[in-house]
Ligand binder design. Structure first.
Ligand SMILES: O=P(O)(O)OC[C@H]1O[C@H](O)[C@H](O)[C@@H](O)[C@@H]1O
Length: 620
C-alpha cells in the first residue's frame, strides 16, 4: 500500500471513529524537561534531530528502512564464522552497564548494519518517543493514557508528571503502606480471625496480575538473602479459572493462617473474580463471613469494585491507569505479595535495579544503551532478516518463569497489525517469544534451532550461582558445568560444522548431510553478575524497554491490547448458553454448526451434573 492509499485509510478510520475528531492522535512533537526532573537528567532532553515522519507515514517508507532492506543482500553474503574473526567488530558489539554485560557480536550484523539501525531509530524519532513516555504524554493513544511504569520505581524525590500531577508521591504512599502492612503480617501483629499469624499467602490474578510477580518470586526463591527473609512463609499464585488450580493452591493450607490477595487492575476479569469468590467461600465457610476482613486484601485501580466485593478499601492497595497490566509487577501488583513473602527491603532492591536501567535507557547514547540495542536488533531480525521468533534461554533455573512473563510483555505489546494511527502494517511486527532454562531446552527444542528453523536466541547467564555446589573430584563445579553450555551453544549456532570438518573426522558419507550444521544462526549473550533482587529488576526493565523500542520503531501502540477482547465477549455468550441449557434444558442455539455440536456433546456428556448443585470446593 502506498502513502496515498494509507492516508485515505487513515482518514476513513477517523471518519468511522465513534467519538469523532477528539480521537485524532497528536502529531509527534518535541518535549522539554518541564515534566521530568531532577536536573541531572536534563541532558536527555537536549534538542533532537528533526522528525522525519508525519503521523501517517509508516517507517517502511523512510530511507533508512529502505537502506536496511537493501543491506540484507550484503549480510546474506556474510557468515558469522567470518564475522567473528573481526576482533574490532566484536569488541564494539560488547556493552556494559551497572554489572550487566551484553555481547551481540553473534548477531548477523556488521558495524554498517548498526549504523543503519541507528539511522532507522532516528527516522522513527525513537529518542523523542522515549522522551514522550517519560514525560507522561498519553502515548497509549487508543486508551488515552500515559505509560509510566518507570514512575513505579523512581526514587522518592523524582518528579514524573501525568496530566500535570507529579505521580511519584502517590507511588510512595502505596509503597509505604505496603511496607507497613507487610511488616504487620510478617511480624504477627496483623493476625487472622482466630488469632493465628498469617504465614501463607495466595495471590489471585491472571495475565499481568500474575506472570511478573510469579517470575520475580521464582527468581528470588533461591536467593540466599531472600530465603532468609522468607523462612516459614509460603507464597502461591492462583491464576487459572480451572478448578484444578484452586485445588492446587489450597492443598495443605489452612484458611486460619492464610491471607488472600486479590490482584486485578480492573477488578472485573472473569477468571480472577470467580477465583476470588471461590476463596472467599473457602475462608467464610470455615471461619465465618466476618473473617474476610482479616483474610482478604486487594490490589487494584478500581477501589469502588474492591469495596463492592466486600474488601475494606483500607485493605486495598492502589495503582493507576498509567500502569499497563503487563508492566505492573513494580506496582502493588508485585510489590505486595513479594513483600509479604520476602519483606519490603528485598523488594526495594528489585525496584532499584529496575530504576537503574530506567535511567540508563533514558540517558545512554544508543550505541551504549542495552534496551535500545536489544530492541533494534530484534527489529533487524524480524523485519529485515525475516526471523519471526525469539528464544529466551536463561542458563538459570531460577529464571524459569522469565520467558512466560516476557511472552506477555512482548507478544501482548507488539502483537499488532496496524500502526498507532490505524493504518494496516505492510510489514510484520511483533515476534513469537518462547523459552526454557538451559540446559533443559538443549534436550528438548534446540535441535530445531541448530539444524531446522533460524531462531535468534537470547542466552542469559549468571556469573555467580546463589546456590553453588562443588563436589570433590569433579572436573568443574556444578555451576561451571551449566555455564560451559552457556558459552558453547552460541558458538555452535554461529559456526556450525561443515562437511569438510566431518570428512576429516571420517564420518561416513551418507551421514554427512545429517551431521552438517549450517551455522550463521544469530544469538546474543547477556551476562549478569548474580541473580539477587537488584539484578532481577535490571533484567526485567531491560526487556520491558526493549519491547517498547521495538514498538516505537514499528510505529505501533505497544500499550493497548484490544486483541484479547473478542474471545472474552464470545465466552460471555457461551457462559449464558451453558447456564440456560443446564438449568432449563434448552437446546444450544445461536452458534455455528461446529460450536453447536461441540457444546451439545459437552452438555450431554456431563448431564449428570445437577442443575443447581450445592457449593462444592476441592478437597485435596
Ligand atoms: O489485572 P486485570 O484487570 O485482572 O487484567 C488481567 C489481564 O487481563 C487481560 O487478559 C489483559 O489482556 C491483560 O493485559 C491483563 O493483564
Amino acid at each position: 500500500m502506498g502513502p496515498i492509499s494509507r492516508a485515505v485509510t487513515f482518514l476513513c478510520n477517523l471518519a468511522h471513529s465513534s467519538s469523532g475528531p477528539s480521537e485524532i492522535p497528536p502529531l509527534p512533537t518535541d518535549f522539554g524537561p518541564q515534566n521530568f526532573l531532577p536536573a541531572s537528567t536534563l541532558s536527555f532532553f537536549s534538542p533532537v534531530p528533526s522528525v522525519e515522519m508525519t503521523s501517517t507515514t509508516l517507517i517502511c517508507d523512510t530511507q533508512p528502512w529502505k537502506d536496511l532492506k537493501a543491506h540484507v543482500q550484503d549480510i546474506k553474503k556474510t557468515h558469522l564464522r567470518d564475522l567473528m574473526n573481526d576482533k574490532e567488530r566484536c569488541e564494539s558489539m560488547m556493552v556494559e552497564f551497572d554489572g550487566m554485560f551484553l555481547d551481540y557480536s553473534r548477531q548477523c550484523a556488521t558495524l554498517d548494519t548498526m549504523d543503519k539501525l541507528y539511522k532507522l531509530a532516528e527516522a522513527a524519532s525513537l529518542k523523542q518517543q522515549i522522551n514522550r513516555m517519560y514525560s507522561g504524554e498519553h502515548i497509549n493513544s487508543t486508551e488515552n493514557r500515559s505509560v509510566l511504569h518507570v514512575a513505579l520505581r523512581a526514587p522518592r524525590d523524582a518528579v514524573i508528571n501525568s496530566d500535570g500531577k507529579n505521580v511519584v508521591p502517590d507511588v510512595w504512599n502505596v509503597l509505604d503502606k505496603i511496607e507497613d502492612f507487610s511488616e504487620k503480617v510478617r511480624s504477627g501483629s496483623w493476625i487472622g480471625a482466630t488469632g493465628k499469624p498469617l504465614k501463607d499467602v495466595i495471590a489471585i490474578g491472571i495475565g499481568g496480575s500474575f506472570l511478573g510477580p510469579l517470575f520475580v518470586h521464582t527468581a528470588l526463591q533461591t536467593d540466599p538473602e531472600a530465603v532468609e527473609f522468607a523462612k516459614g512463609r509460603q507464597l502461591r499464585f492462583l491464576a487459572n479459572v480451572d478448578p484444578i488450580d484452586v485445588a492446587r493452591n489450597i492443598a495443605g493450607l489452612n484458611p486460619e493462617t492464610t491471607l488472600v490477595v486479590v490482584v486485578s487492575k480492573t477488578f472485573t476479569t472473569a477468571e480472577t473474580m470467580l477465583n476470588a469468590r471461590t476463596l472467599r467461600e473457602w475462608i467464610s465457610s470455615t471461619l465465618g463471613p466476618s473473617a474476610v476482613a482479616k483474610h482478604m486484601v486487594a490490589v487494584s485501580t478500581n477501589l469502588t469494585l474492591v469495596e463492592k466485593f466486600g474488601i475494606d478499601p483500607n485493605n486495598a492497595f492502589a495503582f493507576w491507569d498509567w500502569v499497563g497490566g503487563r508492566y505492573s509487577v513494580c506496582s502493588a501488583v508485585g510489590v505486595l505479595p513479594l513483600s509479604l513473602q520476602y519483606g519490603f527491603s528485598i523488594v526495594e532492591k528489585f525496584l532499584k535495579g529496575a530504576s537503574s536501567i530506567d535511567d540508563h535507557f533514558r540517558s545512554a547514547p544508543f550505541e551504549k544503551n542495552i534496551p535500545v540495542l536489544l530492541g533494534l536488533l530484534s527489529v533487524w531480525n524480524v523485519s529485515f532478516l525475516g526471523y519471526p521468533a525469539r528464544a529466551i534461554l536463561p542458563y538459570s533455573q531460577a529464571l524459569e518463569k522469565f520467558a512466560p512473563h516476557i511472552q506477555q510483555v512482548s507478544m501482548e505489546s507488539n502483537g499488532k497489525g496496524v500502526s498507532i494511527d490505524g493504518v494496516p502494517l505492510p510489514y510484520e511486527a511483533g515476534e513469537i517469544d518462547f523459552g526454557e532454562p538451559g540446559t533443559n531446552g538443549q534436550h528438548s527444542f534446540y535441535q530445531l534451532i541448530h539444524q531446522g528453523r533460524v531462531i535468534p536466541c537470547d542466552f542469559i547467564g549468571i556469573v555467580k550461582s546463589q546456590q553453588p555446589v562443588y563436589l570433590k573430584g569433579e572436573v568443574v563445579s556444578n555451576h561451571d558445568e551449566l555455564m560451559s553450555n552457556f558459552f558453547a551453544q552460541p558458538d555452535a549456532l554461529a559456526y556450525g560444522k561443515t562437511a569438510e570438518q566431518l570428512l576429516k573426522e571420517n564420518v561416513s558419507q551418507h551421514l554427512i548431510p545429517h551431521k552438517t550444521f549450517s551455522g550463521n544462526r544469530p544469538s546474543l549473550s547477556l551476562l549478569l553478575p548474580s541473580l539477587n533482587a537488584y539484578n532481577i529488576g535490571q533484567l526485567l526493565a531491560s526487556y520491558e524497554h526493549r519491547v517498547a523500542v521495538e514498538g516505537f520503531v514499528w510505529g505501533i501502540n505497544s500499550f493497548d491490547q484490544w486483541g484479547v477482547e473478542l474471545g472474552k465477549s464470545l465466552a460471555t455468550q457461551v457462559r449464558k448458553q451453558l447456564h440456560t441449557s443446564r438449568t432449563k434444558s434448552e437446546p444450544v442455539e445461536g452458534f455455528n454448526f461446529s460450536t453447536t455440536k461441540l457444546l451439545t456433546r459437552y452438555l450431554q456428556a456431563s448431564s449428570d451434573i445437577p442443575a443447581d448443585p450445592p457449593t462444592l470446593l476441592p478437597r485435596i
